[in-house]
Unconditional design. Structure first.
Length: 343
């Protein structure tokens, strides 16, 4: 029985070590894959934002916007050309230094004072990129295919228009539909070889969810990102099973504004560890087989010991082994001639 118990303990210890090593391998592999998805998402977002801001900055240098007085019809034609070339722009406008819209795509908001909008003042000072915000003036004016309608969100880019002598004449501003980010997320998850595809989120620089599952937008994501240079960690989100979360910040483009967004990729830990189930089954079978083998060995060994005892005790001593052993012990302690105890 001791041999069988030892075999069982050895099998259980070996199985536990193998399972632990395989679990760590699966989790680490999944964490790095998730970081790869998050990195692609972050880079796509950052490159798109940088390109848009760059386009707005280049547009602001066109001579047509430097005219005094401005030519609204010519300005509108240039703005329409840019919007058609980059459909993710929902609206592009040209305002005067007083904040009144001179020309805009579709003629929307022309003549309206937009000086109170958060992009106008920074746009007068230099190239500006504004974070995601709900549509205020354009939600009801733009069709859904251009990013309008209920629940519309925009990202702003703005740049100053300057005269040849350096005076600020106005601002070129562009609104990018936030639905572009949804399209990027679908593309990244659509090509992911891991199934089910990871859940991707986009966080603002302060940790607020900008893009994610329904009900999370506008709320901080818990738990916090991993530290000490790690890109992923095991964690549990509220009301969700334990997961693996990878966090990747976008790499900023030198000389261009950045919003500091963070892409987060999530996979449920149970899904990642699903391959452990068949391994655990086979290890369990192996442990049982090892225990059975140990029992057989123990039985065989006990049989050999019993045979040796019978040879020592003689053919008539098998009836009561204990009594016969007591007799042998008594003989060993007494002198065979005198019968007295040995000293």
């Amino acid at each position: 029985m001791a041999v069988a118990a030892i075999c069982a303990l050895v099998g259980m210890a070996g199985s536990a070590l193998l399972l632990s090593a395989e679990r760590q391998r699966l989790v680490s592999e999944a964490g790095e894959q998730l970081a790869g998805y998050a990195q692609v998402m972050a880079q796509r977002l950052e490159s798109g934002l940088s390109s848009w801001a760059h386009d707005v900055g280049l547009l602001a240098r066109f001579e047509a916007f430097e005219r005094e007085p401005p030519d609204p019809r010519l300005a509108r034609r240039l703005l329409e050309d840019l919007r058609l070339r980059s459909p993710t722009f929902s609206w592009i406008g040209f305002t005067g230094a007083d904040g009144r819209v001179i020309a805009a795509t579709g003629g929307l908001l022309e003549g309206v004072d937009v000086s109170a909008r958060p992009w106008f003042r920074p746009g007068l000072a230099g190239l500006f990129l504004g974070d995601v915000h709900p549509a205020v003036l354009l939600a009801k004016l733009l069709p859904p295919e251009q990013g309008g309608g209920e629940g519309a969100y925009f990202v702003d880019a703005a740049a100053p228009v300057r005269s040849p002598d350096g005076r600020v004449l106005g601002v070129i501003a562009g609104h990018m539909s936030w639905r572009w980010a949804e399209d990027v997320r679908r593309e990244v998850t659509g090509v992911a070889p891991r199934q089910p595809a990871p859940e991707l989120r986009v966080l603002a620089a302060d940790g607020t969810v900008l893009l994610g599952p329904e009900g999370e937008q506008g709320r901080p994501l818990q738990p916090e990102p991993p530290r000490n240079g790690a890109r992923w960690r095991e964690a549990s989100l509220p009301a969700q099973p334990p997961s693996i979360l990878a966090y990747v910040s976008a790499t900023e483009t030198p000389g261009r504004p950045s919003l500091g967004w963070v892409a987060v990729a999530q996979a449920h830990r149970a899904t990642v560890l699903a391959p452990l189930r068949p391994l655990a089954l086979w290890l369990g079978i192996g442990t049982l087989a090892l225990s059975a083998l140990g029992g057989l060995l123990a039985g065989w060994k006990a049989g050999r010991v019993g045979s040796a005892l019978r040879r020592v005790l003689g053919s008539d001593g098998g009836g009561d082994v204990v009594v016969r052993l007591e007799q042998l012990r008594d003989q060993a302690w007494r002198d065979p001639l005198t019968g007295l105890l040995n000293r």
